[in-house]
Design a protein around this ligand. Structure first.
Ligand SMILES: Nc1ncnc2c1ncn2[C@@H]1O[C@H](COP(=O)(O)OP(=O)(O)O)[C@@H](O)[C@H]1O
Ligand SMILES: C=C(OP(=O)(O)O)C(=O)O
Length: 516
């Protein structure tokens, strides 16, 4: 399991073993073979080498012949097809560390569309069990596996559970419905297999009509459309649209009363519903790499799921990702992060539970805590929302993506942009180019950053020892910065371990059992 999780983030760079006396680069051999299964051996072309300049001697006088080291490293490192293309395009110095996750939906579910995403840099394909049926998901998961096996890609699969959230029905097959200002719509718990009349929406939670009151606010899809409850008539709740918007099938519903989220009986529903357990069994059987758990409230459910996976599939390396999207999750943040293999900042639902203006600072806090606890973290939702409809992102969206990369999020996730948008490949390419740009900027900034060390000694003799230690630390820091380029070239990138993300569970199993 740890292997899959680390595929998003490998925090500790490997220690070079036995540095040779002349300080030439030593490529740690235990890092070489990771990509072997799907790997393409990347031959060092002369253009790769000429675009990779030899540096000046480092401040402490150590001279490292980069081109030679680079050639040796290139000859030894195997990469998957998408990484190979990126390396050829950008050179080793621009190897991307930020992973890209695409939600697969009607816009991207066939083999050619999935391949286009893999070529565009998708590291993880996400299937959301809230939508579609298991046959549909099986088809997607297998298509991703085929891409990996037959075309040398290395795309991992993440299955996202539906969770016990309240959501609308599927609009009788319609792709969306528009709610206009002042219109009265009925949200009903009456079950119906057939399509409901206009402006009647089915709600999946039986207690909905009992829990709401006239005057409550109803947020659809994290506030993309809003209604006010005007009347209850048995199982039907009549609501007036106050903020017009597009209603999407199975959109999440949140009720607010007097400025706070209403957490009535639905807060007592289990995090993992009986349907989720069946989906989890399905995911284990299909060999998904990650299971993302919706509406996690505490560490307990993560521990329980991990034990369940371990019991169901011995030696499984399925990573469990906790989605932080509720007030309860924020209360227990640290214990949830410690228990999980990774975290998703699920800003869509989170933004329906806390005031919107708090979402950016909460995101920063979650990412920072994950960094401190060495856990991979995904920033998700509405990164490029306008690209569902338009081919170019807004400047604000680009700034949002940049900020997530600057915060050192390990992965960025597309939702509707790739699942049902008109420009999934373009959206992915924006994530990719912005990630590369900010990472480059970050490396350049870091290069000029001075190492600040606090004075801790009180006596004169301690001060002398401290000076010596500080000088040694600063020299190490400077040489480390000058070596950062080299590190990119020789170590399989750390949180950017395209290799591991790359490997499907199946290929890992095969290799483990010795036939791959
Ligand atoms: N498997 C699917 N089948 C149909 N539509 C999907 C599927 N997955 C995602 N979608 C569409 O893409 C939108 C965004 O996906 P996602 O963010 O996963 O879901 P949600 O909006 O429910 O949180 C969904 O609202 C839905 O309209
Ligand atoms: C990623 C999210 O979860 P889901 O797509 O399941 O609503 C979110 O709410 O931001």
């Amino acid at each position: 399991m740890a292997t899959a999780a680390r595929s998003l983030y490998l925090p500790t760079p490997p220690k070079p073993s036995n540095p040779s006396p002349n300080h030439r680069l030593h490529v740690p051999s235990h890092f070489r073979p990771r990509l072997q299964r799907h790997g393409h051996r990347l031959a060092a072309s002369s253009s790769d080498l000429t675009s990779f300049p030899d540096p000046a001697p480092t401040p402490n006088g150590v001279y490292i012949p980069l081109a030679a080291a680079h050639a040796a490293a290139v000859a030894a490192i195997d990469v998957d097809a998408a990484t190979e293309a990126e390396l050829r395009e950008n050179g080793f110095r621009s190897t991307r560390r930020t992973k890209l996750i695409c939600t697969v939906g009607p816009s991207t579910c066939d083999a050619a569309e999935l391949e286009a995403l893999a070529v565009g840099g998708m590291n993880v394909a996400r299937v959301n069990m809230c939508h579609g049926d298991r046959e549909w998901h099986r088809g997607v998961i297998r298509a991703v596996r085929r891409l990996n096996d037959e075309k040398g890609f290395a795309v991992a699969v993440m299955m996202d559970t539906e969770g016990s959230e309240i959501h609308m029905g599927d609009l009788g097959g319609a792709p969306s419905a528009k709610a206009e200002d002042g219109e009265v719509w009925t949200f009903s718990v009456r079950s119906s297999d057939t399509s409901l009349p206009d402006r009647i929406i089915h709600v999946n939670y039986d207690g909905f009509a009992e829990d709401v009151k006239a005057g409550d606010e109803l947020f659809v899809d994290g506030g993309m459309a809003r209604f006010e409850v005007i009347e209850k008539l048995g199982p039907d709740v009549k609501c007036r649209c106050t903020d017009p918007g597009l209603l999407l099938p199975r959109a999440n519903l949140t009720v607010w009363r007097d400025g706070s989220v209403v957490r009535e009986r639905n807060a007592m529903l289990p995090t993992i519903s009986s349907k989720d357990w069946i989906d989890i069994d399905f995911g284990i059987a299909e060999g998904v790499d990650f299971i993302a758990v919706s509406f996690v409230k505490s560490a307990e459910v993560i521990n329980h799921l991990k034990s369940y996976i371990a019991a169901r599939s011995r030696g499984s390396d399925i990573g469990v990702i906790a989605k932080i999207e509720s007030i309860d999750a924020l209360k227990n943040l640290e214990e949830i992060i410690r228990a999980s293999d990774g975290i998703m900042v699920a800003r869509g639902d989170l933004g329906a539970q806390i005031p919107l203006e708090q979402v950016p600072s909460i995101q920063q806090k979650i990412v920072r805590t994950c960094r401190q606890l060495n856990k991979p973290v995904i920033v998700a939702s509405q990164l490029l929302e306008s690209m569902i409809e338009y081919p170019t992102p807004t400047r604000a969206e680009v700034a949002d993506v940049s900020e997530a990369v600057r915060q050192r999020a390990d992965a960025l996730m597309l939702s509707g942009e790739s699942a049902m948008g008109r420009y999934p490949e373009k959206a992915l390419s924006v994530l990719r180019s912005v990630s590369l740009r900010i990472e480059k900027w970050w490396r350049e900034e870091k290069r000029h950053e001075a190492l600040e060390l606090q004075d801790v000694s009180s006596s004169f003799s301690d001060k002398i020892s401290e000076e010596i230690c500080n000088s040694a630390a600063k020299m190490a820091w400077e040489s480390m910065l000058s070596l950062s380029t080299l590190r990119m070239a020789t170590w399989p990138p750390c949180s950017h371990d395209a290799v591991q993300t790359a490997q499907s569970s199946r290929s890992r199993r095969r290799r483990r059992s010795g036939d791959g």
